[in-house]
Design a protein. Structure first.
Length: 164
């Protein structure tokens, strides 16, 4: 027999009311949601967390940043910047961070700040390795170019995220 207090506890867990459950993955205990990158040249995104589930989407770009939204065993539910995705086996994912440049001809500056000289320009859609981030700027590396970019021009990093 389940008492009323027990039902309330179960409902709060199912709906993610518990702040601990909402902030950490149940398998890895890592922050949720979080960003990762595709480690392989190709990765199947499935409808559910097993090989028996249908493939709904195929990611075909190494280092593509993805957002992990759920965990189940060796599977991670991920989505790209367009919201496409599904369940991907964890072995296809890397913790090495990458971002996508969202604005065309984004200036990559020598130092963080709008007045700093421009090192290079990045086209929209470029996948770059994420280095350091302050509240408003991130250091990225794409091909042989490095520079500071306004965080708001990137997908794959949280607005409040700071990295040293």
């Amino acid at each position: 027999m389940i008492r009323a207090a027990g039902i309330a506890t179960i409902l709060s867990l199912l709906h993610g009311v518990s702040s601990t459950a909402a902030e950490r993955g149940p398998v890895t205990n890592l922050p949720m949601p979080r960003f990762v990158s595709l480690k392989a040249d190709e990765g199947n995104a499935r409808r559910g967390p097993s090989l028996s589930h249908r493939i709904d989407w195929v990611f075909t770009r190494r280092n593509m940043p993805l957002e992990v939204t759920a965990e189940y065993g060796h599977w991670r539910r991920v989505q790209d910047r367009d919201g496409q995705g599904g369940w991907v086996h964890y072995s296809l994912l890397s913790g090495v961070r990458h971002v996508i440049v969202e604005a065309d001809l984004t200036p990559m500056r020598v130092k963080p700040g709008a007045e700093s000289p421009v090192n290079a320009y990045a086209e929209a859609g470029v996948v770059a390795r994420l280095e350091d981030c302050s509240l408003d700027w991130c250091m990225i590396e794409a091909d042989s170019s490095k520079g500071w970019v306004e965080k708001r021009r990137l997908w794959g990093v949280k607005p409040e995220e700071v990295r040293d």
